[in-house]
Design a protein around this ligand. Structure first.
Ligand code: SAH
Length: 352
């Protein structure tokens, strides 16, 4: 049965689906059946733009490993590794750091069997042990470094619309031969202390994201370590609809062709920080992706690469630098949140 037929059947049987349920169903299908990444695919992520992205995250990880006292056993966890490009560049960029690779076990949290296979192929050259996990809660005990780029945005989000003096859940139904939005009674509770809002305001709440970040923070609080979360998002809820679908590098109507486009919402970093602090960890940032990459030395690294590059490659390097750091491209919309256990120093790039 096609995903559209399955969704239709579910709506007929049990009524409208929350946006969160719709996202979960569509994205699970999408990441198994499609070619998400690269020029041939639907969208390009930072690690696919330049090898420097993963290399600089590698340096950040080495600094955190040293801040932990260079333990001889460390879990290096990546959530939603896509093609595995970030991990591949991270490992190549850190191979000369004495003792670092020897300490690592890699854990890739990935629920798409198709992408697990791509990751296995790309990373087959490494002799570091790699374990795959469907979800973050099976990471074994021990100090950990956790990285996630464009992972949280794909996790299911509930949406509520303020209509006639109350919040109603934005949902998906099927009517007159097509999927369409409707409003329902809220399926989950909404905070009571919200400031007044205007008619039509949209509130986004993602218990799925909060559960993942809570699991990460509990692990770091108990076993030590740090996390780096990079995603597009906000610190003050914009109270607008940020649900979007991207297909072949263009925005695509959200309800058209379910499962054929990546569905995301912007990440509410303040909600994540609150969970981190309640779980007994420190949260740093957010800072912009441009600030993070600049602090980590992106310009110097690009210059190094340019020294041996052809004129055409030099142009490509300059274009990648701009794409990753320019305010009108990924530089300010993408933000970085760092998490550490209580007694670690402030992580590099996140100091005032
Ligand atoms: N980090 C990569 C890919 C981002 S796309 C990059 O920057 O290129 C999102 C990734 O998260 C994909 O690998 C997708 O399969 C994975 N993913 C999405 N939802 C997931 C979930 N609930 N559990 C585990 N992995 C998930």
């Amino acid at each position: 049965m096609s995903i559209a037929a399955a969704l239709k059947e579910q709506i007929t049987d049990t009524g409208p689906l929350t946006i969160a349920a719709f996202m979960e169903c569509c994205n699970t299908h999408y990441y198994v059946e499609n070619t998400p990444f690269g020029t041939e695919g639907d969208f390009i992520t930072a690690p696919e733009i330049s090898q420097v992205f993963g290399e600089l995250i590698g340096i950040w990880c080495v600094q955190q490993w040293q801040a932990l006292g260079a333990p001889s056993a460390l879990h290096l966890v990546e959530c939603g590794p896509g093609r595995g490009t970030l991990m591949h560049d991270l490992l190549r960029g850190t191979q000369h750091i004495s003792g670092f690779h020897q300490s690592l076990t890699i854990h890739l949290v990935e629920n798409s069997p198709t992408l697990q296979e791509e990751q296995r192929t790309l990373l087959q050259g490494t002799d570091i042990p790699i374990q795959w996990h469907d979800s973050i809660d099976s990471i074994p005990p021990g100090p950990a470094l956790i990285v996630a780029n464009e992972f949280f945005d794909a996790l299911p989000t509930h949406q509520f619309q303020y209509t006639k003096d109350r919040w109603q859940e934005r949902s998906v139904t099927y009517d007159e031969g097509q999927f369409c939005f409707t409003l329902s009674q809220p399926f989950i509770s909404i905070p009571e202390d919200l400031p007044p809002v205007e008619e039509g305001a949209i509130l986004e709440i993602s218990p799925a994201r909060e559960a993942v970040i809570q699991c990460c923070a509990h692990h770091l609080a108990e076993h030590g370590g740090a996390a780096l979360i990079i995603d597009y998002g906000y610190t003050a809820p914009p109270l607008v609809d940020t649900l979007q679908a991207v297909r072949q590098h263009r925005y695509h109507p959200v309800l058209e062709a379910p499962g054929a486009a990546d569905l995301t919402t912007h990440v509410d970093f303040t909600a994540l920080k609150n969970v981190v602090e309640q779980a007994g960890c420190r949260a740093y940032g957010t800072i912009t992706q441009a600030d993070f990459l600049t602090q980590m030395g992106i310009e110097l690294r690009m210059q190094q690469l340019a020294q041996q590059a052809s004129p055409q490659q030099k142009q490509a390097l300059a274009a990648a630098l701009k794409r990753l750091t320019h305010p009108e491209q990924m530089g300010t919309l993408f933000r970085c949140l760092a998490i550490t256990n209580m007694d670690m120093p402030a992580p590099y790039a996140f100091t005032e």
